[in-house]
Write a protein that binds this ligand. Structure first.
Ligand SMILES: [Zn+2]
Length: 188
């Protein structure tokens, strides 16, 4: 028997989620609570699970336009995500495009997915708009228009290499460091 940290009920071990790294091989929460937590998380961040089927509807001219735009205004970043103690827990790919013109940013969002946010420009009355796509979604979006890139073609290649390393980021740290330094070397 074990007490669930969430609902505080004492339940048989079979009612707990498996967790290899804990002493008793079980998670803090019972199945019921765990499912609830997952549902709440999903509700709060519904875009976490991405559907990229919209990319299939893109025309060649959509892709070419996006590539041209991204060559000029786009940015590819692989960011380190750290835990509370400053240890690196994972690496995350991010594509972003910034513009003062919301129309083009909206167009990218509509056609390619990702999300939009805006920042007020300091001391000014207008906003800077950003289109952002992360991780696997970002990788899929990038490969949809990659063939039309001119300036950022090489950088897109580094992204492919990064994504091919899979989820075992901690194992591949050295390789990732090289990829990041390659990405940072040329500020195109
Ligand atoms: Zn519970």
């Amino acid at each position: 028997m074990k007490i669930c940290k969430k609902c505080k009920q004492i339940k048989p071990l079979d009612d707990f989620v498996k967790n290899k790294s804990s002493v008793d091989g079980k998670h803090y929460y019972c199945y019921k609570c765990n499912r609830l937590i997952f549902k709440q998380k999903y509700k709060a961040h519904p875009r976490r699970i991405k559907d990229t089927s919209n990319l299939l509807n893109l025309t060649e001219s959509d892709k070419a336009y996006m590539a041209g735009y991204f060559d000029g205004e786009g940015c590819i970043v692989i960011a380190e995500e750290k835990d509370k103690n400053g240890g690196i827990i994972s690496y995350r790919l991010q594509l972003n495009v910034g513009s003062r013109d919301v129309t083009s940013i909206k167009w990218i969002h509509e056609k390619f997915g990702g999300r939009i946010h805006k920042n007020k420009i300091k001391g000014k009355d207008h906003y800077m708009f950003y289109w952002v796509a992360n991780s696997l979604e970002g990788g899929e979006i990038l490969s949809s228009f990659e063939k039309y890139l001119k300036l950022k073609k090489e950088r897109a290649g580094y992204v492919k290499e990064f994504l091919s390393l899979g989820r075992g980021y901690h194992v591949e740290k050295k390789k990732i460091k090289i990829i990041i330094s390659n990405l940072n070397r040329r500020k195109t």
